[in-house]
Write a protein that binds this ligand. Structure first.
Ligand code: CUA
Length: 327
């Protein structure tokens, strides 16, 4: 009985979205607490099962035996129903409050600050300097340096979302009109999947993101490139694609820094081609998926805020080449 339960429980865990595979001290504290609670709960379950089965066996096997008297029953209830919980529950409470306190105590001053804004149904990611100005804006993909504390300012533009990267940090809600914080330090390089963990509408399940932890030099290069504007196209097809983009309705919602496109309601596309996924973690970022997403976003992610735009083939191919050039 126990083995299939564990297989089912852990069958859903893959290495990149797995709270039992922590890669930060913060996630490790939560994982240790989880294992301790799991072991205690399993022992209690086994004790209750043994007691139950013993009772059943005795009542069937030895009919002549006298039932427990009142006092014996009362003592059993006191031991199992009052004394045991009175010991176990405070232990659980104290350990979780202690760990919460450690997680809530702030990050050091040199922490990198990243603002994460929940939107229906994607993540706006803004890297802030010491004066809280955004030096780089991206979407659905957070790069962080290994070994340096990162502080997240968590905000929402619409409804309540929840920031959760199981390998790196526990859940923290993003609440409209309020700023919550979380912080973590990645122990090693790797890409870890995060997921919105609070029901926020029809596409809640498709509101994912990636956290890419990388060595500090690689991260610095990434941030430097991400902070700059889009490169002006040299290739004539790409230049034609830029014209298509700038004269389309895309610019009403999307921004590409370095161009006249300054929309603020949809993901910043300045370095779109450098991202792994499209549509908040649900499609690998390649030319075919990009074309499908532009032509029929409502088929891929019903209810999302992106309207379909009809580009003919003469416009679509240069447009795709332009978007693919945004590295
Ligand atoms: Cu955002 Cu669920």
């Amino acid at each position: 009985v126990v083995l299939p339960i564990f297989v089912l429980l852990f069958g859903g865990c893959s290495g990149v979205q797995d709270a039992t595979n922590p890669v930060s001290p913060q996630a490790r504290m939560l994982a240790d607490l989880w294992w301790a609670m799991c072991i205690v709960a399993t022992l209690i379950l086994l004790a209750v099962m043994v007691a139950l089965l013993t009772g059943v066996w005795r009542s069937r096997g030895r009919r002549g035996e006298a039932p427990l008297n009142r006092r014996q029953s009362r003592n059993l209830v006191l031991a199992g129903g009052v004394t045991l919980p009175a010991i176990v529950l405070p232990m659980v409470l104290i350990s979780s409050v202690t760990i919460h306190g450690k997680l809530a105590s702030g990050p050091p001053d040199d922490a990198l600050t990243v603002e994460v804004i929940g939107r229906r149904w994607w993540w706006e990611i803004r890297y802030l300097d010491k004066g809280n100005r955004a030096v780089a804006v991206t979407a659905n993909e957070i790069h962080i340096p290994v070994g340096r504390p990162v502080k997240f300012l968590l905000r929402s533009r619409d409804v309540i979302h929840s920031f959760w990267v199981p390998n790196l940090a526990g859940k923290v809600d993003l609440i409209p009109g309020q700023t919550n914080t979380a912080w973590l330090t990645a122990d090693r390089a790797g890409a870890f999947r995060g997921q919105c963990a609070e029901f926020c509408g029809v596409q809640h399940t498709n509101m994912a993101f990636w956290v890419v932890a990388e060595p500090p030099e690689i991260f610095s290069n990434w941030l430097a490139r991400e902070s700059g504007p889009a490169i002006e196209p040299l290739d004539p097809v790409v230049a034609r694609g830029q014209q298509v983009f700038l004269s389309s309705a895309c610019t009403m919602c999307h921004a590409i820094r370095g161009t006249a496109a300054r929309g603020q309601v949809a993901p910043d596309l300045t370095h779109l081609a450098s991202r792994r996924t499209l549509a908040a973690g649900i499609l690998p970022n390649n030319r075919g998926n990009l074309a499908g997403w532009i032509l029929d976003p409502q088929h891929i992610k019903p209810g999302n805020r992106m309207p379909p735009i009809n580009f003919d083939a003469d416009s679509l191919h240069p447009l795709l080449s332009y978007l693919e050039s945004l590295r």
